[in-house]
Design a binder for this molecule. Structure first.
Ligand SMILES: Cc1cc2nc3c(=O)[nH]c(=O)nc-3n(C[C@H](O)[C@H](O)[C@H](O)COP(=O)(O)OP(=O)(O)OC[C@H]3O[C@@H](n4cnc5c(N)ncnc54)[C@H](O)[C@@H]3O)c2cc1C
Length: 293
């Protein structure tokens, strides 16, 4: 199918983009990587009057680490940039683990992390990662910038809290207070598929003790699941088998999967439990080796 007719604009500054969005009065859509929006247009599930293509905006294609360890990902940083990042493997293991698991190489060349957060697909991998890391989105509108914590950014499937005249300009991961560790595991039916179930785990360690933890789940609820009880069970102690088992069980209970062609709800809960255990056991083994060395 062909998309409905729309006006196309490719502004060269953020202010121009915001003015266009404001003029669009809610009938405009931002085009970033287009990997979710273009299929929606072709199926006519979205029929905006105006498309504001942000790909010509300068200076938004970065991902970088501030001096204090804060990580910033600009609105035009592609999934592939994060997959090939020289920064993430050392600075942010949960992001480094997730980057190669998002979609397939063709989609990763164009799609953006910020676009994925804005799209708010319950099966979006980055939303779980940024939630587990306690990140936020920076929105730029006519009255300046505001920070929206990831926990408040997504209001439901394919819905976010951006105003119609706001552009998400970057995603921010706060500086860790300890040594960052964690991972992302995803069960997919074939390479490049959306998650049957995905688990993001991010912990910060002081020695072997967990000082902060985040666990978020992909594809097992109507929106990204922030498994706060599971994460809280880890804080203040070492990653013993007992604590890991408790966190895995609480995460499985937090999941709200539906039985469908990808598997039964109970099977998906089992996958969540197994993935949490697997990631945390890996972190525990690594930290034991480092403390012993
Ligand atoms: C075959 C295929 C497989 C895929 N598999 C996966 C997968 O396994 N895991 C996964 O997570 N994703 C998957 N995706 C989705 C992909 O990751 C998209 O890149 C992502 O969801 C959207 O990013 P985008 O930059 O392409 O955004 P776009 O498609 O351009 O936009 C998506 C939505 O976000 C809005 N938007 C985008 N950027 C901004 C901004 N800066 N400010 C305000 N609003 C904005 C748009 O208006 C639109 O509503 C897949 C896509 C395809 C086509």
């Amino acid at each position: 199918m062909y998309p409905s007719r729309f006006r196309y604009e490719a502004p060269r500054s953020i202010d121009e983009a915001i003015a266009l969005l404001r003029d669009g009065g809610g009938e405009a859509k931002v085009l970033a990587g287009g990997q979710s929006l273009i299929p929606l247009l072709k199926l006519r599930f979205a029929a905006p009057e105006l498309l504001v293509d942000i790909n010509n905006l300068p200076g938004l294609d970065y991902h970088k680490v501030d001096a204090d360890g804060t990580i910033r990902i600009g609105a035009l940083c592609r999934h592939a940039d994060l997959e090939r990042s020289a920064i993430l493997p050392a600075k942010q293991p949960t992001m480094a683990a997730a980057a190669p698991l998002v979609a397939d190489p063709i989609v990763r060349n164009r799609g953006t992390l910020v676009g994925s957060l804005c799209h708010a697909d319950p099966q979006g991998d980055w939303a779980s990662v940024v939630t587990a890391l306690g990140g936020h989105v920076v929105a730029h509108g006519a009255h300046g910038r505001r920070r929206i914590p990831m926990a408040d950014f997504v209001t439901g499937p394919f819905q976010n809290t951006l105003g119609y005249d706001e552009l998400a300009v970057e995603a921010v991961i706060p500086a860790p207070k300890g040594t960052p560790a964690g991972g992302y595991l995803k069960l997919e039916r074939r390479v490049g598929d959306f998650a049957t179930a995905g688990v993001a785990v991010a912990v910060e360690l002081s020695g072997a003790v967990v000082t902060r933890a985040g666990i978020a789940l992909t594809g097992v609820g109507g929106a990204t699941v922030d498994a706060t009880d599971a994460a809280q069970a880890l804080v203040g102690g070492e990653l013993t088998a007992e604590r890991i088992g408790e966190a895995a069980e609480l995460a499985a209970r937090a999941a709200r999967p539906r039985t469908d062609h990808r598997g039964s709800a109970e099977y998906k809960r089992h996958v969540v439990r197994t993935f949490v255990e697997r990631i945390l056991t890996g972190v525990s083994n690594d930290s034991t080796e480092k403390v012993a060395a």
